[in-house]
Design a binder for this molecule. Structure first.
Ligand code: ZN
Length: 318
C-alpha cells in the first residue's frame, strides 16, 4: 500500500494513532496510555510503539510509512517546532519534533491538537468543502483552530486559534493560564468543576452528580455530565446551557474577526452533549453577532469525533 500516512494524537491521558490509506480512510488504529509524568524523551518510544501497532493493524510494513504527523496539547512554534505550554504533559519549551523524529527515524510534522482536529473536520468531516473553518473543542480546557482555504493558519508564533484565551469578561474568573476572564474559564470542564464545587460544596446547592461521583468535582467526566443533563438535573442543565451560551458569545467575537464559512464544535463535552447544547450556543451567537444574519454562518457538531485529532495529524504530512 503506497503512501500510508500516520497520525498520532498525544493527549494528556491517552495516545491514539491512526493509519490512513491514500484515499484518506482509516485502515488501522491503536491506543495506549500516556505515561504519567514522563519526559518528552521517555514518551517518544511509547508513541512509536503505538504507531507501529496502528501500522500492523493496517496490515502494512513500517517501511511503507514515509511521514508521521503528531498532534499535541500545546503551542507549537512554527519555526523551531519546540512545544510550549503543554501543561497536561508537564512540558514547557521542549524540542518535541526533533526528539520524535529521532525515535521514529522518519520525517515528523508536529501540530497543536485542536488545530489538527479543525483541519480534519475541514478536509474530511462536517465542514468538508468550506473554505474558511474555525473550530472550538470543549474538553478539560477550550481549544480552537483556524483553517483558511484548506490550510491550517497557526500564525507567526503558533498562537492563532487559541480562542480559549480571548477575554470574555474584564476581571472575570481566574483562568488556568493565570489571567482573568478568559473564555476557557467559562467554557471548559475545568470551569464547570470549579463552579460545581462552589455551588454544591460551599453554597449547598443540590445535583444528582453527587450520587454519581461524590462531592469531588475535579475529575468531572463528560459521560456523567450527559447523564445528569439528560435526567434533567436542574443545576447541571443550568450550568451547561450557560456554558454553551458563553461559547456562542465567544464564537460571535471570533466570527467578527475571521468571518468563517463554517464553525465546528468538538471535544469531549460536545461529543457527549453537542446536539443538546447547540440551541444555547446558537442563542449566544445570535445575541452577539455583528451585522450578519446568524443563519449565514453554519454552526455544526464535529462528525469525526474521537478520530478528528489523529486524522488531522496525519493530514499535516501532506
Ligand atoms: Zn486563559
Amino acid at each position: 500500500m503506497a503512501g500510508l500516512r500516520l497520525g498520532v494524537d498525544l493527549g494528556g491521558t491517552k495516545i491514539y494513532a491512526v493509519a490512513l490509506n491514500s484515499g484518506g480512510a482509516v485502515v488501522g488504529s491503536a491506543k495506549s496510555e500516556t505515561p504519567r509524568g514522563a519526559s518528552v524523551e521517555e514518551t517518544a518510544p511509547v508513541l512509536r510503539c503505538t504507531a507501529e501497532r496502528a501500522v500492523a493493524a493496517a496490515d502494512t510494513k513500517w517501511s511503507s510509512v514515509r511521514r508521521v504527523g503528531i498532534a499535541m496539547p500545546g503551542v507549537v512554534d512554527p519555526l523551531t517546532f519546540r512545544v510550549k505550554g503543554a501543561h497536561n504533559l508537564g512540558w514547557n519549551d521542549v524540542p518535541a519534533r526533533d526528539v520524535f523524529a529521532k525515535a521514529f527515524r522518519k520525517k515528523v510534522s508536529l501540530g497543536n491538537d485542536v488545530d489538527c482536529g479543525t483541519l480534519a473536520e475541514a478536509v474530511a468531516g462536517v465542514a468538508k468543502g468550506a473554505g474558511c473553518v474555525i473550530g472550538f473543542f470543549v474538553g478539560t480546557g477550550l481549544g480552537g483552530g483556524i483553517v483558511l482555504d484548506g490550510k491550517l493558519h497557526s500564525g507567526s508564533h503558533g498562537l492563532a486559534g487559541e480562542f480559549g484565551h480571548t477575554i470574555l469578561r474584564k476581571n472575570g474568573r481566574l483562568c488556568t493560564c493565570g489571567r482573568k476572564g478568559c473564555l476557557e474559564a467559562y467554557c471548559s470542564k475545568v470551569a464547570l468543576s470549579a463552579k460545581l464545587d462552589k455551588l454544591v460544596n460551599a453554597k449547598g446547592e443540590k445535583t444528582i452528580l453527587t450520587e454519581m461521583m461524590g462531592d469531588d468535582f475535579s475529575r468531572l467526566k463528560s459521560s456523567k455530565l450527559r447523564k445528569a443533563y439528560r435526567k434533567g438535573d436542574k443545576l447541571v442543565v443550568k450550568l451547561l446551557d450557560e456554558m454553551a451560551y458563553n461559547l456562542g458569545l465567544g464564537t460571535a467575537s471570533v466570527a467578527a474577526v475571521i468571518d468563517p464559512d463554517c464553525v465546528v464544535y468538538g471535544g469531549g463535552v460536545i461529543e457527549a452533549l453537542g446536539e443538546e447544547l447547540m440551541p444555547s450556543i446558537k442563542k449566544g451567537f445570535a445575541a452577539a453577532l455583528f451585522s450578519l444574519d446568524p443563519s449565514s454562518i453554519p454552526l455544526r457538531v464535529s462528525s469525526l469525533g474521537d478520530d478528528a485529532v489523529a486524522i488531522g495529524a496525519a493530514l499535516l504530512t501532506e
